[in-house]
Design a protein around this ligand. Structure first.
Ligand SMILES: C[S@@+](CC[C@H](N)C(=O)[O-])C[C@H]1O[C@@H](n2cnc3c(N)ncnc32)[C@H](O)[C@@H]1O
Length: 239
């Protein structure tokens, strides 16, 4: 008698992740729509609507640009929604601060000229970051690489000729801009200090690897081009 075997095929990780990608994309689209609706009303939450649009656009476009730029590195994490616990706490704190101050001092949340300055910072920061991603192409990776891949080349053109870390410069001013937009004084100070510390450490860690990868070529580039981040010089090199 012949036996029949059924080989059970388990879905691969990428097959499992596909619906999650669609769900996150749809959620960000929905959030953007809600933000846009709030933005065009005369409600006291109007500026919060600008913020929701900025936040959802940022996360959606991180995934989209990674897909176009460096599809090999694309994953569910490319939305950067689960960046870190600190990042999530910072976002929730800013929503709480906005809500509490909105209840106690409603006038404080309706300073349109100040929110407009914040929005301009957000837009410029976003543009700079996406220009950096597109300029670096497949050399750009959300996860700092400690091993040099064969195709990794040093990028020194376009926005990389202005700053050594243009995407971090963009993200730094984007994050500060969100708090100016929300007229959140406490989070403005907190975000400025926390993101400055984060990028100081990140730049040092990244530059160790880049010097290891590109040696003299990176050291020459480092001499000519600043990091772009205030009071951050990057890794110290002994003469
Ligand atoms: C998240 S990206 C950030 C890039 C850069 N720090 C910036 O702010 O635009 C991190 C990856 O970019 C790579 N990288 C950083 N600067 C680079 C450059 N000038 N040329 C090529 N790769 C670079 C690093 O090796 C790392 O894996």
């Amino acid at each position: 008698m012949q036996s029949v075997y059924f080989i059970k095929e388990y879905p691969t990780w990428s097959q499992l992740a596909e619906p999650m990608v669609a769900i996150r994309g749809a959620f960000l689209g929905f959030a953007f729509g809600c933000g846009a609706l709030l933005s065009v009303t005369q409600s006291p939450w109007k500026h919060f609507g600008w913020y929701v649009c900025s936040l959802s656009f940022f996360h959606y476009s991180e995934y989209l640009v990674t897909a176009a730029n460096n599809p090999k590195s694309l994953s569910l994490d490319s939305y950067l929604l689960n960046h870190s616990v600190e990042y999530t706490l910072a976002a929730v704190s800013s929503w709480l601060e906005f809500t509490i101050e909105r209840m106690l001092f409603p006038g404080m949340k309706q300073i349109t000229w100040l929110s407009a300055i914040g929005l301009i910072m957000v837009l410029i920061g976003e543009l700079l970051r996406k220009c950096a991603m597109l300029t670096a192409g497949s050399n750009f990776n959300h996860i700092v690489q400690n091993e040099k891949s064969e195709s990794h080349t040093l990028v020194t053109s376009g926005v990389y000729s202005w700053f050594r870390h243009p995407s971090y410069v963009g993200w730094f001013y984007w994050s500060i801009g969100t708090q100016i937009l929300l007229c959140n004084p406490v989070c403005l100070i907190g975000y400025t200090l926390a993101s400055w510390r984060f990028f100081r450490e990140r730049v040092e860690e990244e530059e160790y690897s880049l010097i290891h990868f590109f040696g003299e070529q990176y050291l020459e580039y480092k001499k000519i081009v600043p990091t772009g981040l205030p009071f951050i010089k990057g890794v110290k090199v002994e003469p």
